[in-house]
Write a protein that binds this ligand. Structure first.
Ligand code: ADP
Ligand code: MG
Length: 707
């Protein structure tokens, strides 16, 4: 090694160290500003460079104020004539008046503390947003803004020389100009040394910039195309390393599984017991699972299938494969009601097959629980069904080879992992997670990025269809008299009480009230039951059983019936204050009906006025019963962070990538990474060495799992 090389190596070390350094040590930052940066997720210098603008204001398209029209998105530039704060009702309102010589207008903020200190008379301001006209005055409320005081801050002029002004996500307390200057300083100091992360062949194949160009141009592009490619490059890089890390784990787990061959003993007899023919989709999924389980790498499979599509049979089959090979299987469900229902349904098949089944719930009597634990430990229980109680430390399996999780979205990533630690001889059990919350494919690829996906996209035959109607409150009485007529004909119905966010107690009260009301309204002979989350587990179980046996015509319920309950004779669902429910929730609820061959009805009752978003949700419900379409619409309305079950339960939060906008790159990077790891599982080929080096030196591709 000659001196020159040593020098380069030291430099490389320095740059990594520099990028890892905290921003507070950068000139002009200090502890106070560092605190503000931290709120934006920026701790290190590298975080700062990756702080991508949300958009750019194109200074070439500034509209003269006299041409500003009501309702248009505009960017205006002008000088501050005056500013002032006043109180309107209880709110502080801050107004800046600007003029550009053609006309004047107001910029207005409500309740934004500290904003008045930002502007001074005489400042040159660029502002953009939607224009309104209020009492004859043109106004932009809460504009994106930028103060251009080139004279005071010479460095600023250089930054603003370009025509595209980056707009950062809300940077309370930190002036955008300060951030830009800081970023520019960093780039000018070390910009050229920022190490590359993606192999050349990948960058060429997908038309990406080098990392250092991308980091420069995302902040200071000369045109929008540069900004776009810079962003694409950084999104690609982020997702690429996200998948490298996820899928690398799978490479590591090769050889750690328990290969299981289908012997057609129990499984064969099980198929003969079924009272129905499997659907094509069920057969296909079963074949996929069979192939997975034969390998010496553990299966990691997500089974997506709309409510009622018949996932339980698939789960039973999967567990029986373990049992006929002399191993144990476990199934975890999110609620006690659901676990009990699985226990009952599965017992019907398992008892004739002489398969021993145990139940484990958190609230079981101590004696019963000990007994179950002992049966699990000794291997007497072939199949165990339970709730979160299963992941406690005191649960030890003798020979666990298959783990199934039902309604996976109700569990967190960690809970998933805990169950998997209980495999036989420290091996990883084959793992099947099931969800009836259809999530769009791209989300599945990230939330469940390490899982293979099977989809049951076909309903069992002979299902009556579901008609969904959206009805205003004024017609409620008519809905209920129709309901009473229907149940007299022998149909059963659910009536769902209004959702009361975060309060089981209030929700239970609302359900109780509704129950009393219906009891008063109902004609003689109609029996009504009540179920809610504040009832004891035993009581709930009794009510569910009675409803299933037809002892009630109508069941008034809260969302405790949302998940998994199966009563084929229930053909009507009425949801009160449907506008309060999320789309995924409404869809789940509706999934409780349409399970038999009769036509079913879902009636959504709302006040006459509902919000725009609620309207879109209700319309979507009326228009389609396809869970995947519903999920796509939900994603559009709410954005990925809000999609049910992903926010609380392990939705990765990316630095730059956006799960809605970047769907294409998500797909491309995942399949590219799969190819790379197939061809070069340990990343030892020269063209991939850069990946290994990056992993060793940077915390790249590590995402925060929310929840
Ligand atoms: P989910 O996918 O929501 O868990 P289930 O497994 O509970 O659905 O199945 C719903 C109902 O459909 C059950 O009563 C089940 O016995 C029945 N079922 C499942 N597969 C078929 C099939 N291939 N043909 C007819 N009925 C079926
Ligand atoms: Mg189910």
């Amino acid at each position: 090694m000659n001196g020159h090389e040593v020098c380069i190596i030291i430099k490389v070390m320095d740059i990594y160290e520099f990028l890892r350094r905290e921003v507070r040590y950068l000139k002009g930052v200090g502890p106070k500003r560092a605190q503000l940066f931290k709120k934006l997720g920026i701790v290190t210098v590298l975080d700062l460079l990756y702080f991508a603008p949300r958009r750019y204001i194109d200074r070439r398209s500034i509209t003269p104020i006299h041409q500003v029209r009501r309702g248009e998105e505009v960017t205006v530039a002008g000088k501050v004539l005056m500013k002032g704060t006043k109180k309107v009702r209880k709110n502080l309102v801050f107004t800046v008046v600007i003029s550009d010589g053609t006309d004047w207008m107001e910029l207005v903020w409500r309740n934004v503390r500290g904003i008045e200190k930002v502007f001074n008379k005489g400042d040159q301001v660029i502002a953009s947003g939607r224009a309104y006209v209020y009492r004859g005055t043109k106004v932009i409320y809460h504009p994106e803004y930028e103060i251009i005081d080139d004279n005071k801050q010479p460095a600023g002029s250089k930054i603003l020389a370009g025509m595209l002004v980056p707009v950062y996500p809300s940077t309370e307390g930190l002036k955008p100009r300060f951030i830009r200057k800081l970023i520019l300083d960093v780039l000018e100091t070390v910009g050229n040394e920022i190490p590359e992360t993606l192999p050349d062949y990948i960058r060429n194949k997908f038309g990406l910039y080098s990392r250092k160009d991308a980091l420069h141009l995302i902040h200071f592009p000369r045109d929008l195309k540069e900004a776009r490619v810079a962003r694409k490059t950084l999104v690609f890089e982020e997702l690429f390393y996200f998948y490298i890390k996820l899928l690398e784990k799978r490479v590591e787990s090769k050889g750690l599984g328990i290969p299981l061959q289908v012997r057609n003993e129990l499984t064969g007899r099980f198929f003969k017991l079924l009272k129905f023919e499997l659907t094509g989709a069920q057969k296909r999924v079963i074949a996929e699972i069979t192939e997975d389980m034969g390998k010496n790498a553990p299966m990691h499979r997500l089974l997506q299938g709309d409510v009622g599509s018949g996932k339980t049979v698939v789960a039973l089959y999967t567990m029986l494969v373990a049992v006929e090979n002399g191993y144990q299987a476990v199934m975890m469900a999110p609620t006690e009601i659901l676990a009990e229902q699985h226990f009952l349904v599965m017992s019907e098949y398992l008892i004739p097959l002489n398969v021993k089944i145990a139940l484990l719930l958190g609230k079981m009597k101590k004696k019963d629980k000990e007994l179950s634990l002992e049966r699990i430990r000794s291997g007497d229980a072939d199949i165990t069904i339970g709730t979160h109680a299963l992941i406690q430390d005191d649960v030890e399996f003798k020979k666990l080879a298959v783990a199934v999780i039902d309604e996976q979205h109700k569990f967190g990533v960690l809970q998933r992992a805990k169950l998997l630690e209980k495999g036989y001889e420290n091996k990883s059990p084959h793992f099947l997670v099931m969800t009836a919350t259809p999530i769009p494919r791209t989300l599945a690829l990230t939330v469940y990025g390490d899982l293979d996906v099977s989809v049951i996209d076909e309903m069992p035959p002979g299902r009556g269809n579901i008609v969904t109607k959206w009805v205003r409150e004024s017609r409620r009485d008519r809905v209920y008299s129709w309901l009473f007529d229907e149940v007299k004909k022998g149909n059963q119905a659910y009536v769902v009480a209004p959702l009361i966010e975060k309060s089981d107690k209030l929700e239970a009260e609302a359900a109780t009230e509704l129950y009393e009301k219906l009891k008063n309204m109902a004609p003689e002979g109609i029996k009504i039951g009540l179920i809610h989350g504040k009832m004891k587990k035993d009581e709930r179980g009794d009510v569910m059983r009675m409803f299933r046996n037809g002892e009630f015509h109508i069941l008034v319920a809260t969302t405790v019936i949302e998940v998994g309950i199966d009563v084929p004779n229930a053909t009507i669902m009425i949801i009160e204050h449907a506008e309060r429910f999320g789309l995924a929730q409404l869809h789940q609820l509706r999934g409780r009906i349409g399970r038999g061959s009769k036509k079913s009805y879902c009636i959504l009752i709302t006040p006459s006025k509902v919000s725009e978003d609620a309207k879109r949700r209700l319309k979507a419900m009326v228009e389609t019963t396809d869970g995947f379409k519903i999920a796509e619409i939900d994603l559009e309305i709410r954005g990925p962070g809000e999609i049910s079950g992903t926010r609380q339960h392990g939705l990765p939060r990316f630095r730059i990538a956006n799960l809605v906008r970047d769907q294409k790159i998500i797909q491309i990077t995942r399949s590219e990474v799969e190819k790379i790891l197939e061809f070069d599982p340990f990343l030892t080929k020269p063209q991939n060495r850069i990946i290994k080096e990056t992993l060793a030196n940077e915390k790249i591709g590590e995402v925060i799992y929310v929840g």
